[in-house]
Design a protein around this ligand. Structure first.
Ligand code: ASP
Length: 414
């Protein structure tokens, strides 16, 4: 009988094949262009499909999660535990990022680069806190869906979920509609996820062929510093969370989280990875209503990898600008990078835009971002991978804190 290869193994094969094809394309002229013109579009199609279901997934999974909790008190309890986990782990991420960046800087390992003539950072810098707060509340529901503004979609889900619950019997039709629509979306999600090896293969081949040579460029050590931070954070914080809070072996945790991690690594979008993260959290025993609440929220506000990246980049760019930062300023970096990572959207490249906020707070020229602009995708792959791992770890821990899983697995991966 023919045995079906499991999805994690398929993804691993796709990853290895993508790297091999990417390297092969580097060897002949026109190879990188071939990957851009003929392979990447398939990866783009796959990411588009994921983006296309992300709004219904976030909306329906959050409302469904809230309704299954059946009690606003439980929503509150899950909510504060989730936010506390997010904040503590992100602050630890900042400290790890700063520690590595300072070691590299003190050892003289960071190159001193200057801006190329004419390079200007055009993106808008940070908005103020009250404007950001105001922006979370939608004035038009359809506009929020249309622009895929995830924080607004989450607020809509919370309001609608709470109201359906409050309407009791009269809200039954809406309740049944949400649960039926979510079951349909889950089927669709399963189908799209089964295509993920194609997405991983094509994106990896393209990244290796087009960005590969840059790894050998002057920013290698800065990349290395960020990746050391990512790895240490994953090993320290997520292994310990899995072991101490969820009583699960770190190996088991990372094995089950692997498809989401690989998918995040190649797609560089936490939001697009959401359907895959949901499957992995299910596999790890997270309660369905809890992961339906934690993961959409996490893919929008919990960004440990982004926080590490912002700390490393700030120290590196400060050294390029010849600025020496004091201990007090390091504390400011922890606070601003935590806030900036919360404000970062779960889409490709968003962390670099929010880096402007940290640099502005430190009085460092925002235009210096142009120094790392060209290799941002390489930083982004690792930071997104860490971001989604943190979301999955949180849903497993909160499930445990709420007394463990009580219901059967819903959408199990085949
Ligand atoms: N790409 C990251 C994510 O989706 C955000 C970032 O750019 O830092 O999680």
């Amino acid at each position: 009988m023919k045995k079906k290869i499991s999805l994690p193994v398929q993804i691993l094969i796709a990853l290895a094949a993508g790297i091999a094809v990417g390297l092969a394309c580097l060897a002949f002229a026109g190879g990188p262009e071939f990957t851009t013109n003929y392979l990447k579009p398939f990866g783009d199609i796959f990411v588009n499909l994921l983006k296309f279901i992300v709004v219904p997934v976030v909306l329906l999974s959050m409302i469904d999660g809230i309704l299954s909790m059946d009690d606003m008190k439980k929503v509150g309890a899950v909510g504060w535990k989730t936010v506390a986990y997010f904040l503590v782990t992100t602050a630890i991420a900042c400290v790890i990022g700063l520690a590595f960046a300072n070691i590299f800087n003190a050892a003289g390992l960071f190159p001193k680069l200057a801006l190329e003539d004419g390079a200007v950072w055009e993106k808008a810098t940070s908005a103020n806190f009250m404007d950001t707060l105001k922006g979370i509340f939608p004035d038009n529901m359809w506009a929020s869906f249309h622009s895929a503004n995830m924080l607004q979609v989450i607020v809509i889900a919370l309001l609608l979920g709470g109201s359906i619950m409050a309407a009791k019997e009269k809200g039954r039709l809406c309740r049944d509609f949400v649960s039926s629509a979510y079951a349909v979306i889950e089927k669709l999600m399963g189908f799209i996820i089964s295509l993920s090896p194609i997405g991983v293969f094509t994106m990896m081949a393209w990244v290796v062929a087009t960005q590969g040579p840059k790894i050998l460029g002057s920013l290698t050590l800065v990349l290395l510093c960020a990746y050391l931070g990512y790895i240490v954070h994953a090993v320290l914080v997520y292994s310990m969370s899995a072991k101490v809070f969820a009583g699960m072996s770190p190996l088991k945790f990372f094995k089950a989280a692997f498809p989401a991690m690989m998918f995040a690594f190649t797609s560089t979008s936490s939001a697009a990875t959401l359907p895959v993260s949901k499957e992995c959290a299910d596999e790890l025993g997270a309660e369905d209503d809890i992961s339906s609440f934690v993961l959409p929220l996490g893919s929008t506000i919990n960004m440990d990898g982004t926080a590490i990246y912002q700390c490393v980049a700030t120290i590196f760019l400060a050294s390029c600008a010849g600025v020496n930062l004091s201990i007090g300023q390091m504390v400011t970096i922890v606070v601003t990078a935590t806030l900036a990572s919360i404000g970062t959207a779960g889409v490709s490249g968003a962390g670099m835009i929010m880096l402007a906020m940290v640099l502005t707070a430190m009085g460092i020229d925002v235009n210096l971002i142009m120094i790392i602009y060209g290799v941002d995708r390489l930083f982004d792959m690792g930071r997104t991978c860490l971001n989604v791992t943190g979301d999955i770890a949180c849903s497993v821990c909160v499930t445990k804190w709420e007394g463990g899983r009580k219901t059967a697995v819903k959408g199990k991966r085949k």
